[in-house]
Design a protein around this ligand. Structure first.
Ligand code: PLP
Ligand SMILES: N[C@@H](CCOP(=O)(O)O)C(=O)O
Length: 474
């Protein structure tokens, strides 16, 4: 399988060549030349594999559809390293539980940092170490986080050979737990950087530095954000795993997913699974008050917002107004026309801050199964409270998904799986506000907020971050 840029530049490249990079040299994002197709027989084989050999075995098989420059035994070993060994607190890794007549929770947050990001990041840690040691290379990972990607990447990469992590965080915007989870790490290869700005500013710095190809090569800069194709590939696996579980338990041929959305990474993996032929009915994009994507899916107008217009909400990890992976979907929507995609993202969006799709193109969105809604703070509190009364704890991001599944899913006949994207322990203040009591605290997190803090403040300026990388990078 070869990979192409959404902006049409460069030659198709292999998986291990794009693994360490993130953005393509032309500023686009990588996607496979084509999506391998899942027929009924393959799904039935996958179902047997999942029940007999477990999630790691399923992951290795799905990865093998996309990776032809690593052998299947190696992929199996890396997937076992990522999902085996008790790293996840649920034996079946992504269990599905029923929370309503038609509604299910897909539990994605049983990994080391209690957020769905672990599903991909644990695998990335294994893949990076393997490819770096084969090639005798080192990597300075430069990432941006709104709260969960950062800790997940740092837990996955801490103490790995030949890797340093430089993680940009929006100063003061993350929950106290999220800050403590990252800033209390003392591993010498981890560097936390607080930027005066929002997540989009941090992500812009990452993209600006990645666009300086000379600097990127000279300083071995790599990416762990979902601009990195491998993040999405790892996430495709759990759509398949959850589909198999829920269709088997309900007898439904098609299943819908409702996905709390910020950077469009999680739901983009759902889009890819659907393009592979996984029988997904609807993909419901659930946003918070920062509802740029809801606006797009209801009007065809994509209008990014400034840092000042990006609200601080009670689902802080989704306080994002420029969703990186959205470009991947638009590329597919435009029939994979890289030149048009470049025109929209590199010119029109950059120059005017928005683009609007012609009606004929917008009309095609329903072929892709997308619909969208948003939640307010009050909605999220209500959903947390309602489920708490039944003994089910959810975090504010998952609550956004539950709210939107209720409003958008009312007319659907397929079961809806709401993706649980974090555990409530990360957002105790909101849980307390909703229920009057704090969330369950897994033992490993008991004293996390009492630890030391290791973080430096840097200006919101790519040049300042480059200087920091020159000084501390490998
Ligand atoms: C807890 C949580 N929920 C939802 C999201 C949204 O996911 P995505 O950015 O993949 O859309 C994020 C991060 O963005 C997150 O950390
Ligand atoms: N919510 C994320 C934002 C980063 O997005 P990603 O898609 O690159 O992981 C976070 O928690 O940091």
């Amino acid at each position: 399988m070869r990979y192409v840029s959404t902006r049409g530049g460069g030659k198709p490249r292999s998986f291990t060549d794009i693994l360490l990079e993130g953005l393509a040299p032309d500023g686009g994002l990588y996607l496979p030349e084509e999506y391998p197709q899942l027929d009924k027989r393959t799904l039935s084989d996958f179902s047997k594999l999942l029940s007999q050999e477990g999630y790691a075995a399923l992951a290795a098989k799905v990865l093998a559809l996309y990776i032809d420059d690593m052998d299947e035994l190696t992929l199996a070993r890396l997937c076992e390293g990522a999902y085996g060994g008790g790293k996840f607190s649920a034996a079946d890794i992504v269990p599905a539980t029923q929370i309503g007549q038609q509604m299910w929770l897909g539990h994605l947050s049983y990994g080391p940092t209690a957020a769905f990001k672990d599903m991909a990041m644990q695998l990335l840690g294994e893949l990076f170490e393997e490819v770096l040691s084969q090639r005798g290379q080192v990597l300075n990972i430069l990432g941006a986080t709104s709260g969960d990607t950062g800790s997940s990447a740092e837990y996955a990469m801490a103490n790995r050979r030949g890797i340093k992590v430089f993680m940009l965080t929006p100063r003061g915007r993350m929950s106290p737990f999220q800050q403590a989870q990252m800033f209390s790490l003392t591993d010498p290869n981890i560097f936390n950087i607080a930027i005066a700005g929002v997540f989009d500013d941090c992500q812009d710095i990452v993209k600006a530095i990645s666009a300086d190809l000379e600097f990127k090569r000279a300083h071995h800069i790599g990416a762990v954000n979902s601009i990195n194709w491998a993040r999405l590939l790892a996430q495709v696996v759990y759509y398949i795993g959850l589909y198999l579980q829920v269709s088997e338990k309900t007898g439904a041929e098609k299943v819908s997913f409702c996905v709390p959305t910020g950077n469009f990474g999680n739901v983009c993996a759902g889009h890819i699974a659907r393009q592979m032929g996984l029988p997904i009915d609807r993909l419901i994009v659930a946003t918070n008050e920062n509802n740029v994507l809801e606006e797009f899916f209801t009007t065809g107008r994509y209008r990014v917002r400034s840092a000042q217009q990006t609200l601080a909400t009670s689902s802080p990890s989704m306080d994002i107004s420029k969703a990186s992976n959205f470009e991947r979907f638009i590329f597919d929507l435009l029939g994979r026309d890289g030149a048009r995609c470049r025109e929209l993202f590199a010119n029109q969006l950059r120059n005017s801050g928005y683009f609007e799709l012609p009606e004929a193109v917008f009309a095609k969105i329903s072929d892709f199964g997308f619909q969208s809604g948003s939640s307010t703070h009050a909605n999220r509190l209500e959903q947390i409270r309602l489920l708490d009364r039944e003994g089910i704890e959810i975090d504010p991001h998952t609550a956004d998904g539950v709210q939107v599944a209720k409003t958008q899913g009312a007319d659907l006949t397929s079961p809806i799986v709401v993706l649980e994207t974090a555990l409530p322990v990360k957002f105790s203040q909101t849980i307390r506000e909703a229920t009057g009591h704090g969330p369950k605290v897994p033992g490993r997190f008991a004293d996390i907020e009492k630890g030391p803090r290791r973080v430096v403040d840097l200006e919101n300026d790519p040049e300042v971050v480059k200087d920091y990388l020159r000084e501390f990078g490998l």
